[in-house]
Write a protein that binds this ligand. Sequence first.
Ligand code: NI
Length: 224
Amino acid sequence: MLIHGLLVVSLALSGTPAATTQAKIDCTKVKCLALTFDDGPGKHTAKLLKTLKKERAKATFFLTGKYVDQHPRLAKRIMTEGHAVGNHTYSHFSLTPRLDGEILDDIQAGKQAIEQATGRTPTMFRPPFGHTDERVLRIADELDLAEVKWTGTTHDWALKDKKKIKAKVLSLAKRDGIILMHDTVPQTVQAMPEVIKELKKQGYHLVTVPQLYGGKLRAGVSYP
Ligand code: NI
């Protein structure tokens, strides 16, 4: 029994994210902004994680299940480095034209891929292309997921230019904002060191989406 007890304790400790100082940030009192990265993990994710660590910034990653299956260690690393992980479905197809069962299956498959890689169950999801409606939201509720969209989208995949992406993020930044980017776009990852430095200079605390809402995201509710 003692050995069993010790095992449980050590597992609980190893599952604790490294973020300690970040946990104390109160976004009702300070200027917060949530940077979010969709469609990974992929070949540029590690570089982004390095930048975030160096700048002591936290972010939110909406992971696509099929890529989590390809890069499970990256998915795990995102979580252990204190970032938030959300479900971006397994296949990344538009949900709104699909049947209930197809929507449910693809979100469930995304959830399973993330659970398998990280050992955690995501509590947030972001619909691919932002395509959602009351039906998608009801299914998210059934799956205990909050829906998270954004206040500003960079269209970084179309800009494909470090300077333009930087300018776009800075123009979209606002208190309690949620910025949509993609860590699959190399120029986005290249722009982040300068973007983060500038945002910090402007007084922003870069936090995860759950931190932005004081850890009170509710299933079946669409944010922001
Ligand atoms: Ni996407």
